[in-house]
Each structure stands twice: as structure tokens, then as C-alpha cells.
Design a protein around this ligand. Structure first.
Ligand code: ADP
Ligand code: ZN
Length: 612
């Protein structure tokens, strides 16, 4: 029996032991210290204060209910929306020697009864179940006979219609208050918008909750955007540097998913497709092969990802433009859950924006349409920004972000060249807008400036404008780039619906010469496959040959038990072994993620490998 359980055997006393939390973190989970907010959140639960915890993916939310569950004398119930996720967490916890069980419809009668027996006997510390299971009469009866200490609502944003995965069953959870008056409520989610937060508090009936909101900056993710020219070649060139590593490639359409997956395989990269057009069985199989490190690359539509807790995803590529900043944040957020540096690449072409635009135009609901356009503009402006990529991502969630150079995005690592005087061109553009009565989008103004003889230009008699053909020495691309810069500096306005450009107060300051415009020269044509140097996984120093050996052993053990390799050890633990090269069991115990159970179970085996 792990030593922590001996010390928390008796009811009530343990909570006052100051080092209890840290002891459990070390001895069970094998971590040296708490991450920001974890300890305070755990304390809040031990104090029986309702708590709302908002933390990005990979932030370490699970520890926040797992540690108190091991300290509190009774049972912690974890409500979770997905069976696959629950199973994963239970096998992870069992691997740590923690008494955790799941109750759901996928279990056989025998298993179900055995689990029930363990729960009512008081052995089980953590019980995972879906809300619909929870409300079954026999389930409520079972729980009424237990000492329910804490009810954790995982993925709590599911309670909100503002969130992305609304689940009506979540609305009933409030009723549990009456059933289990002594249980403290903990709601956890990675969705941070204020509306969702308020919805969670109201719909769960949280009682004067303490709120913990972590920073949404994922500081191990490298963000990069590359102009999309030859996307397949660009993807292949990128993958070249991630040989054998796991990653997800998101595409817009099912067709694109299938063809890209095929192409990657033809080039020797093991990749599988995932989209809603595949049978349930195929989807499940492909996901399983990915999770178990049998196939490193998943090419997928956005149907893939929810409920995937694979920690060693080293890259996420967006082959096509995501539909908004929030989705982009969520999708890229699946990289680097284990905290190891990982890369997020977006291949951007304005044509993709136009494609999404086409779909938006089909919408009939005016409010929805407006919203979608607003989102599209935000994501295109993210892609075209020349400043730190983290600013639009993080401020989107209402969090201030003031770091000047993050050092972990293409723009910060490779700042664009110095600005140059583009005042003359800016004035020319704004003047042309004014001459065409601020009634057109950028393309028409550019056509007039470049002296186009198009029908549209003639039909409005715009060849008679003073600015007509005055900008023929610049390409369409150069003018488009200038427009983008003017928009980013708020030097002109764009109506979202039809993209009509309007002059604003600052435009007039430019026109009158009161304000000067400095901008970036149009970047030279980007070669098809050029990436920022540091987008290659910032090389951690460790012995690759040893890592490969440890990884093979981990895979062998995982396959034997039919579980994903990360349940045995995370990549981070293996890397730590390579760096520390422990010689004794005492040294092995200090490896990241090695608690008492892992030490006992795998210590000798891995020590032998390391020292051979
Ligand atoms: P979330 O649920 O917030 O996405 P997890 O709870 O899965 O994140 O934690 C992400 C990773 O960080 C896991 O591998 C977890 O074991 C690890 N982790 C959590 N807390 C700590 C800590 N205090 N020290 C080291 N690693 C931690
Ligand atoms: Zn940056």
C-alpha cells in the first residue's frame, strides 16, 4: 500500500497536515511541485468551498481534483461527457495505484457489479461517470449510501449553450445539490469566455464559488504562419523535421483529408484519415492506432480531437484556415499537452478565407452571419499579422498580454524588416477610395489604381478618377498587403458584410498629412518551403538512442496490457530518464512522473535498460 494511504486513513484529521498535498503530488504522481493555481484550488476544495477552475488544455486540471480526492475520507464523483476519456483517466489512475472506477453502459454486467461493490465498500476514491448514468435511480441509490465529498464537473462548459459542446443533460446536475448537500462542487473547463463562466456558475447553482482562472498562454507552443503556395510540398517539408513524431493535420474537407493522407503515405509517412464520412468502426480504429503510437500522423477534419488526451502530440498543422480564433486555439491546443516544446503551423491563403466567406454567405440568419464574418475577419487578421502571434490569441480570451517578444512565434523570432515610408501610397489609396465614394471593396479600388479596363470600372466611369492608373507600378498583391496594414492600424474601416471600405477619422489625418504612414514593404515572394528555424522542435538535449530504446520498451509493455503507451510513462518522463541517467532506485524515484507505484512496477526494468 502506498504510504500516503496509510496517513489518510482516518477521517477529518488529515486535512490540517500542511504537507499532505505536496506529499501526495510527489509520492503518487511523481511531480516535484505544484503548478500555478493548483495548490490554491486543491485547498479550496478541502475547505469545502465551491470552486470554478479555468485552465487551458495541458494546464494540469486533473491534479486539482485527484489530489483532494485522495485526501478527503469519502468519495469524489467526476462527471465527464465522454466514455473514452473516462476510461483513459481511470487506467491512468490505476497505473498510479489510485482506486478509481468508471460506471457506464460499456461495461459488462460482471464488471459493473464488481465496480459497484468496490464503491459501496468505500474502497473507491474516484468515480467517473457520464451525467446520464448518474441520474439512473440505482446509481443515485448507490451514491446515497456513500459519503460523497466532492462532485467534480469536468468539461463544465458543456452546460452552456454559449460553449462549443452543449449537453442538455448537464443542466440537470444542479439537482445533485439537494441529493448530496455535504458535497463540494468543483467545475473545471478550458473554455474561458465570460459568458460560459457565468452560465456554469448559474446553471450548476455554485454557492459563492472561488474562481481560479489560469493564464491561457501556452508557453511551450511555437506558432507559425506560412503563405500557402504548394501546400502538400510545404507539409512534406515540414514533416521532414518531425520524423517519427506524432502530429495532427487539420483540413477543411473530407475529400482533402483523404487525398492528403494518401499522399503522405505515398511519401513514406504513416498517416491515417479521420472524418465524419468514415464508419464509426474505422474512426475508432484510426483514433486508437494514433493514440497508441502505432501511426504517428492523423489527417483530420475538425471532427477529430475532442476527447483525445494524447500528451505527446508534437505538431498541429492547419492545412486550411480554421473558422475562428477560438477553434484555432482549441485545435492547436492539442499539441504539447505534456509541456514539451511543440509547433503549430498554419498554411494561409486568402483564397481559403474566400471559401469560408462563400459558406457564410449561404447563411440566412442575420445575427449568425454577422458573427461568422466577425470571426473570419479576426482569424484572417491573425494570419496576416506581423506582430507577436500570441497577442490576438491570448487577448481573445480577455486576458491582457503585454510581453513584447515571446521568443516563440515566427514574428518574434524573425521580426519583419524595419518599416519604410509608405505615406505616398497610403494617401493614393485613401484618395481613390474617396473618389469612388467609399462604396467598394479593396479589389475594385485596386483595379482603379492599377488602371484596369474592366467592365465594372468603366460602368462607373472610374477611369475618369484622378487616381486612375496612378498605382500601376505596384502589383495587386502589394496593394492588398498595404490595405491589410492600413486595416491593422485602424487607418481605414471595413464593413464586415460586403467588405466595403470606409474612411475614418484617422484616414483623414493621413490624407491631410497630419499623420504619416510607415509600413512594411511587401515581403519578397516566399519560397514554397521556408519555415522559421526555431519551429523545429527546440532541440532538447538528450540521448536519442537511449530514448528510442526506452520508447520501444514502453510500447512493448503497453501493447502487452492493451493500453496507450503514455499511461505507462509520458515522453517527458522518458526524456528525464535520458537526461538524469538514474543508477539506483532512489535516483529513479526522482524522475518526472515517477511515483511509488511506477517505481515499484517499472523501476528495475528501466534502470537495467538505462545502465546497459
Ligand atoms: P488538462 O486536463 O488541464 O488538459 P492534465 O491534467 O491532463 O491537463 O495535465 C497535463 C499534463 O501535465 C499531464 O501530463 C499531467 O500529469 C502534468 N502535470 C499536471 N500537474 C503537474 C505538476 N504539478 N507538475 C508536473 N506535471 C504536472
Ligand atoms: Zn511572439
Amino acid at each position: 500500500m502506498p504510504s500516503w494511504r496509510k496517513s489518510c486513513g482516518r477521517i477529518g484529521q488529515v486535512i490540517t497536515v500542511p504537507d499532505m498535498k505536496l506529499n501526495i503530488l510527489k509520492s503518487v504522481f511523481g511531480y516535484a511541485s505544484f503548478r500555478p493555481l493548483q495548490e490554491a484550488c486543491i485547498q479550496s476544495i478541502l475547505d469545502k468551498q465551491d470552486t470554478l477552475l479555468i485552465m487551458p488544455t495541458g494546464g494540469g486540471k486533473s491534479i486539482c481534483y485527484q489530489v483532494p480526492a485522495l485526501i478527503l475520507p469519502g468519495l469524489t464523483v467526476v462527471v465527464s461527457p465522454l466514455i473514452s476519456l473516462m476510461k483513459d483517466q481511470v487506467s491512468q489512475l490505476k497505473g498510479l495505484g489510485v482506486e478509481a472506477e468508471v460506471l457506464n453502459s460499456s461495461l459488462s454486467w460482471g464488471e459493473y457489479d464488481a465496480n459497484k461493490a468496490r464503491i459501496s465498500s468505500g474502497i473507491t476514491k474516484l468515480l467517473f461517470c457520464a451525467p446520464e448514468t448518474l441520474f439512473k435511480p440505482e446509481m443515485l441509490e448507490l451514491l446515497s449510501s456513500c459519503r460523497v465529498e466532492c462532485i467534480t464537473i469536468d468539461e463544465a462548459h458543456c452546460i452552456s449553450e454559449w460553449g462549443h459542446d452543449f449537453r442538455p443533460e448537464y443542466r440537470r446536475l444542479k439537482d445533485l445539490r439537494k441529493q448530496f448537500p455535504r458535497a463540494v462542487f468543483l467545475a473545471v473547463t478550458a473554455t474561458a469566455t465570460k459568458q460560459v463562466r457565468q452560465d456554469i456558475i448559474a446553471n450548476l447553482g455554485l454557492n459563492a464559488p472561488r474562481e481560479f482562472i489560469a493564464s491561457f498562454n501556452r508557453d511551450n507552443l511555437f506558432y507559425e504562419v506560412v503563405p500557402k503556395t504548394r501546400p502538400t510540398d510545404q507539409t512534406l517539408a515540414f514533416l521532414e523535421r518531425f520524423k517519427g513524431q506524432s502530429g495532427i493535420i487539420y483540413c477543411f474537407s473530407r475529400k482533402q483529408v483523404d487525398s492528403l493522407a494518401k499522399e503522405l503515405n505515398a511519401f513514406g509517412y504513416k498517416a491515417l484519415p479521420y472524418h465524419a464520412g468514415l464508419s464509426d468502426l474505422d474512426r475508432e480504429q484510426n483514433q486508437e492506432l494514433f493514440i497508441r503510437d502505432d501511426v504517428p500522423i492523423m489527417v483530420a477534419t475538425i471532427a477529430f480531437g475532442m476527447g483525445i488526451h494524447k500528451p505527446n502530440v508534437r505538431f498541429v498543422i492547419h492545412f486550411d484556415l480554421p473558422k475562428n480564433i477560438e477553434s484555432y486555439y482549441q485545435e492547436t491546443g492539442r499539441a504539447g499537452r505534456d509541456g514539451i516544446p511543440s509547433t503549430c503551423l498554419l498554411l494561409f491563403s486568402p483564397a481559403d478565407g474566400a471559401k469560408i466567406r462563400y459558406f457564410i454567405d449561404q447563411k440566412t440568419d442575420v445575427t449568425q452571419k454577422k458573427m461568422a464574418l466577425h470571426h473570419l475577419n479576426a482569424i484572417t487578421s491573425y494570419a496576416q499579422s506581423r506582430t507577436c502571434r500570441r497577442v490576438p490569441l491570448i487577448t481573445y480570451f480577455g486576458e491582457p498580454y503585454a510581453i513584447e517578444n515571446c521568443g516563440l512565434c515566427d514574428n518574434c523570432v524573425n521580426p519583419p524588416e524595419a518599416t519604410i515610408d509608405l505615406h505616398k501610397e497610403a494617401v493614393k489609396f485613401l484618395q481613390c477610395m474617396s473618389e469612388t465614394d467609399e462604396r467598394f471593396g479593396a479589389m475594385h479600388v485596386i483595379n482603379v489604381l492599377r488602371g484596369s479596363e474592366s467592365e465594372k470600372v468603366q460602368s462607373y466611369n472610374h477611369q475618369s478618377c484622378a487616381t486612375f492608373a496612378s498605382g500601376h507600378d505596384w502589383s495587386i498583391k502589394q496593394w492588398q498587403d498595404l490595405v491589410q496594414q492600413l486595416l491593422q492600424h485602424n487607418l481605414l474601416a471595413k464593413e464586415e458584410e460586403y467588405g466595403v471600405l470606409k474612411l475614418n477619422r484617422l484616414s483623414y489625418e493621413i490624407l491631410s498629412g497630419k499623420r504619416k504612414f510607415q509600413g512594411y514593404a511587401l515581403p519578397k515572394e516566399t519560397p514554397a518551403v521556408k519555415f522559421t528555424k526555431s519551429s523545429v522542435v527546440q532541440s532538447l538535449e538528450y540521448d536519442n538512442a537511449l530514448f528510442a530504446k526506452l520508447r520501444a520498451k514502453r510500447k512493448e509493455l503497453a501493447d502487452r496490457d492493451g493500453i496507450p503507451p503514455y499511461i505507462i510513462f509520458s515522453d517527458k518522463s522518458l526524456i528525464d530518464m535520458c537526461q538524469r541517467r538514474p543508477r539506483t532506485k532512489a535516483e529513479f524515484a526522482r524522475v518526472y512522473g515517477v511515483g511509488e507505484q511506477k517505481l515499484q512496477k517499472f523501476g528495475d526494468l528501466f534502470l537495467r535498460l538505462i545502465n546497459s
